[in-house]
Write a protein that binds this ligand. Structure first.
Ligand code: CP
Length: 336
């Protein structure tokens, strides 16, 4: 267990060591147990987190706001339209000012490839409090840590040797960010799992992340492969995580993107495909899911599905991230 995470930014899981990631999950389990027992966990009394959402959110927003209350502090729920960001105030000035008022900054900026991660890094460069990525164009590390926690709960004998299929699925609603599948292949290749990424040829992920995933898998004794067929990804899988994402070059051209995605309407997680997986397999999704497109009701409401436990774990892991980075060192942290 690592006890020196105070002040550390949480921008991607790849920048945290495996021991640090394991610490996050350990502490999340402790906080989950306390929550179930009704035991107080006022680890951040009088502390303030500023959350800035450039995009919509249900789980992330409410997990962090409720989590901050349960830790004894307060989270400000902000959007650019109520801030001077909408008049062009720089990430540097926003980061410096808000970090003088409080103890942590958290940002969701995920809809524009090339924009969110660099925005957060510029804020973090100038803020003297931890910056938490609530989903960028590159990673969704507060989601994937909850996914890791959920997988460990469902497979208590360990993840090594298990096969996970991270698959594209069709959704007509909008071009969803690439950060969840990218975050999954980044993180899950670090634990000796066999990670299969499946997508139609157009839906490639960012090349540096794919490269890291290959290296992570080699270092952890697992494997990483890319296939262009959903059935072969599901064959014998222990965990399936089918969801939609957009084409990197087409986020600003939604009509073109929609025309391409319509060719792949049959990329749906249904009972036939679940029948290809191992009998004990679990179905995961970060939510929101496009029911009837990405997944059938029978699957998401069926016996393989763990989506509500997965969503609940967003709360416990959010609290662990905040408590470890904004608190620590033998007691409630003073603002440095
Ligand atoms: N999974 C997830 O990030 O959900 P929200 O978009 O509702 O926060």
């Amino acid at each position: 267990m690592i006890t020196t995470l105070r002040g550390k930014d949480y921008l991607t899981t790849q920048e945290w060591s495996t021991e640090e990631i394991d610490t996050l999950v350990d502490v999340s389990h402790d906080l989950k147990r306390s929550f179930a027992l009704g035991s107080p966990t006022r680890l951040l009394p009088d502390k303030t987190l500023f959350m800035i959402f450039f995009d919509k959110s249900t789980r992330t927003r409410n997990a962090f706001e409720a989590g901050m209350t349960q830790l004894g502090g307060h989270a400000h729920d902000l959007t650019p339209d109520v801030m001077q960001i909408s008049h062009g105030e720089s990430p540097k000035d926003t980061g410096i000012i808000l970090s003088r008022y409080g103890h942590g900054l958290a940002i969701r900026h995920d809809l524009e490839p090339g924009a969110g991660d660099s925005y957060m890094r510029e804020v973090a460069q100038h803020a003297d409090v931890p910056v938490i990525n609530l989903q960028s164009d590159v990673d969704h590390p507060t989601q994937t840590i909850a996914d890791l926690m959920t997988m460990r709960e469902k497979f208590p004998e360990g993840l090594r040797g298990l096969t996970i299929a991270v698959s594209w699925a069709y959704a007509p609603s909008y071009a969803k960010p690439m950060s969840v599948p990218q975050g999954l292949i980044w993180l899950m290749t670090r634990f000796g799992m066999n990670v299969r990424l499946a997508h139609p040829p157009e839906y490639t992920l960012m090349s540096h992340i794919v490269e890291d995933a290959r290296n992570n898998a080699a270092a952890s004794g697992g494997s990483f492969e890319i296939v262009h067929d959903m059935d072969s990804a599901f064959e014998g899988a222990d965990i399936v995580y089918p969801k939609s994402w957009g084409i990197e070059e087409l986020f600003s051209r939604p009509e073109e993107a929609l025309a391409i995605s319509a060719r792949y309407r049959d990329w749906i997680c249904d009972e036939r495909r679940m029948g290809l997986t191992n009998p004990h397999s679990i179905y995961m999704h970060c939510l929101p899911a496009d029911r009837g497109y990405e997944v059938t009701d029978e699957v998401i409401d069926g016996s393989h599905s763990v989506v509500y436990d997965e969503a609940e774990n967003r709360l416990h892991t959010a609290k662990a991230i905040m408590a470890l980075t904004m608190g620590g060192k033998g007691g409630p942290a003073e603002h440095a």
